[in-house]
Ligand binder design. Structure first.
Ligand code: IVH
Length: 712
């Protein structure tokens, strides 16, 4: 959900207290976005909005240098590497670039260099080249042979992704030519083309797999595969533009070095050129911006670099970025178009979400026909109306946003948009609830139709069959929706009844495309396979609001069996007390569970208080038996211990190790602290191992842990 744009106080109006509060808030916010972007490959905001946050942080730090925090985002480069790959330490750190947002910033960059070098206005040549929107990688060649390849990671330590990088055809396994230094480290950008991105997402969608938000995230996801055959199938590309360690160095210029990369067999960007002053740089920037939609890959700016390497050396670095280079970023891509309609979509929990249907328009080479409107308040705040001409913005992510309404173009007969008070699918009332916690009205309006609402039912069905719920082989969201459309099922419990009705209903299905005799038999087998299912999956599959996978597992672990869980939930849902307040023992027990708050508890109570839901459960439990989670073992050697796993595990996967430890009664956490009892450290363990040793915590190798786990 997009936040309302902050209205920042001008930096020179901030007092130290406000400045400190804001810096602390920015650290947290930026860290969250770093994790989403680099760690999860799923950004929450556009790159342009991210830059705004980074810039605000830098501006406040410049005005209040004494308040700069120890963990300031200005000093961070990228994201801390994930645990599943081995680490590679960069002998020469991989740094980042400072940003320029307009011609003045570029002029200032040039002037500063001139002043720093004291060249008295003598011409300083700079190169300009596209800033590729991908991921940087460092390739190490020893005696001309590629020996390792790493991600940037935090700039000091990256992940070893050698095998994956080797699958990229533009990365030579052996350097061409003679006189190759013994050690050569070539750095550059791995990226995915627009064509490959579209093809990949189409394949992912067909297979019911994750859809990537943009080519950069797709490239990141493709590079972080443990199976390099997957990387190979993604057709990634590589441009070489920088270097790390070199055992000999005879080069004088940036341009000369890049020409050498080409001679060694790398692809270099054809748009790199050399200029004499800031005006020329900015003119080239404008040219590249014009070509941007036709390049076939994402770029997010133009990088300028001082050409002479001796001058680069003299200029050096400031914190995380070189003084001799800067990235001139493109503004978010915008376009004007007309809103043809506002449509309301209804989700599994009944949430009404407005979507603007747009007159298709090309924004930076991508045709856009929908934009999110978020919610009712957002429409009212921007006063967005059907028929309005709007400015839309696509900035690195797939779903474009509406920036503003062009009021001069508003038709004379335009009327304010009235958000429906009834569900557009089933006609039931759609209300906004009072949020128990904040005391404010929820921003989301919800359809109260529950099981009679077709939209909610299909969304629930899709959830029921999803990967972490019932996960039937061959019965994905597409198929379950078809069955509903064809009248074969009305709710999820009916899935288990289909075979019994073979004949009447299935005769028609067998005649439909994609459902031959064999696939129907396979389907029945897959369904029967799930007549026994873990209690956690069962609870998650119900699709109760706020009950995600983790909460479902906690409930399953706490209540152990359906015979305990169901009566407890029903008991908790019976209001007692004169004012109908929910105060009873079962409710108190629920609230006492570690990790359950009032939002989750209320949601459970509401679900189990609803007659229709109980009927549905009754029907489902007639067909399905739930299995308790493996009971935690109270007298195992790790019972009650707090454990952390680090480094790469070779005998079992991290998930297996975690599940095993939990089943033996241990609590597994992600970081080492005084509370940690045991650290299991595989090869490549780094800071966590160091910390555990400092704290005197018991450290086990993976083999020792396996022996301990199997001891009983
Ligand atoms: S030069 C010492 N050139 O941008 C600076 N970086 O924001 C070395 N990038 O980490 C980087 N295209 O991932 C350079 N033509 C280019 C680039 C480029 C994309 C990325 C790179 C870098 C990031 C900095």
């Amino acid at each position: 959900m997009a936040k309302k744009p902050r209205k920042p106080i001008a930096v020179d109006k901030l007092n130290p207290m406000l400045a400190q509060m804001e810096l602390e808030q920015l650290v947290k916010e930026i860290a969250k976005h770093n994790k989403a972007y680099h760690g999860d490959d799923a950004p929450l905001i556009s790159d342009a909005d991210y830059d705004v946050l980074m810039r605000r942080n830098a501006d406040i730090e410049a005005a209040f240098p004494q308040l700069k925090l120890a963990n300031s985002p200005s000093d961070l480069v990228g994201y801390v590497p994930q645990e599943k790959f081995k680490k590679i330490t960069h002998n020469i750190p991989m740094l980042s670039l400072g940003n320029a947002f307009n011609a003045d910033d570029v002029q200032e960059f040039y002037t500063k260099i001139d002043r720093f070098l004291g060249l008295d206005g003598a011409v300083i040549n700079l190169t300009a080249e596209p800033k590729i929107d991908g991921l940087s990688a460092s390739l190490r060649y020893e005696n001309g042979i590629l020996v390792s390849g790493a991600t940037r990671g935090d700039g000091q330590v990256g992940e070893d992704i050698t095998e994956n990088l080797k699958t990229i055809s533009e990365i030579p396994h052996e350097l061409k030519g003679d006189n190759i230094p013994d050690i050569v480290e070539v750095r550059g950008e791995v990226y995915m083309s627009h064509a490959e991105f579209a093809a990949l997402n189409a394949r992912q969608e067909d297979a019911g797999q994750k859809i990537f938000a943009n080519p950069r995230n797709a490239a990141a996801g493709s590079l972080r595969q443990l199976d390099s055959r997957i990387t190979a199938s993604r057709n990634l590309h590589f441009f070489a533009y920088a270097w790390g360690e070199m055992s000999e160095f005879g080069f004088q210029t940036q341009m000369g070095m890049v020409e050498q990369f080409e001679a060694w067999g790398f692809t270099v960007n054809p748009l790199m050129k050399m200029f004499d002053n800031a005006d020329e740089l900015v003119a080239h920037y404008a040219q590249i911006e014009e070509q941007r939609p036709h390049l076939g890959y994402d770029i997010d700016g133009v990088v300028y670099k001082v050409n002479r390497l001796d001058l680069q050396e003299r200029l050096g670095f400031v914190s995380r970025a070189p003084r001799w280079a800067i990235a001139h970023k493109f503004p978010a891509e915008k376009a004007r178009t007309v809103i043809n309609d506002i449509e309301i979509q209804v989700g599994r929990t009944g949430a009404l979400t407005p979507v603007a249907r747009l007159e298709p328009v090309s924004v930076g080479g991508v045709v856009v026909s929908n934009a999110t409107l978020h919610n009712e308040d957002e429409i009212a705040r921007k006063d967005v109306r059907i028929g309005d001409t709007v400015v839309i913005q696509r900035a690195g992510d797939v779903i474009p946003q509406i920036v503003e309404v062009v009021l001069e173009k508003r038709p004379a007969d335009s009327v304010a948009y009235e958000f429906p008070r009834h569900c557009p699918i089933c006609g039931s009332a759609a209300d906004r609830e009072l949020n128990a916690k904040t005391g404010k009205m929820d921003v989301i309006r919800r359809c109260e139709g529950g099981l009679i609402c077709k939209a909610q039912v299909t969304e629930r069905l899709r959830h029921f069959v999803s990967r972490n719920a019932f996960d039937f082989d061959g019965l994905g969201s597409k198929q379950v929706e078809q069955f509903y459309e064809w009248g074969i099922i009305k709710d999820a419990a009916d899935i288990f009844d289909i075979e019994a009705h073979d004949g009447e209903k299935w005769d028609t299905v067998r005649k439909r495309e994609g459902w031959g005799e064999q696939s129907v038999d396979k389907l029945f087998a897959a369904i029967n396979d799930r007549r026994e299912i873990g209690l956690d999956r069962f609870i998650f599959g119900l699709g109760i609001r706020h009950i995600g996978e983790t909460t479902a597992r906690m409930l399953a672990r706490n209540y152990e069996t359906m015979d305990v869980f169901l009566p407890a939930m029903q008991a908790a849902s019976v209001p007692i007390g004169t004012d109908g307040e929910l105060v009873n023992e079962a409710y108190a027990d629920l609230m006492n569970m570690d990790g359950i708050g009032d939002i989750v508890a209320l949601s459970l109570v509401q679900f189990f208080a609803e007659e229709n839901n109980l009927k549905f459960l009754d029907k489902l439990l007639g067909a399905v038996t739930t299995i308790p989670l493996e009971k935690a073992d109270d007298d195992s050697p790790v019972a009650g211990k707090v454990m952390v796993f680090t480094g790469s595990l070779e005998i079992m996967t991290r998930n297996e190790a975690k599940a095993k430890a939990e089943s033996l009664g241990a609590k597994v956490t992600g970081s080492v602290s005084k509370k940690t009892d045991i650290l299991v450290a595989g090869p490549g363990a780094g800071s966590k191992l160091k910390k555990a040793e400092e704290l005197g915590i018991q450290v086990l190798t993976e083999q020792e842990w396996v022996d301990l786990a199997n001891a009983k």
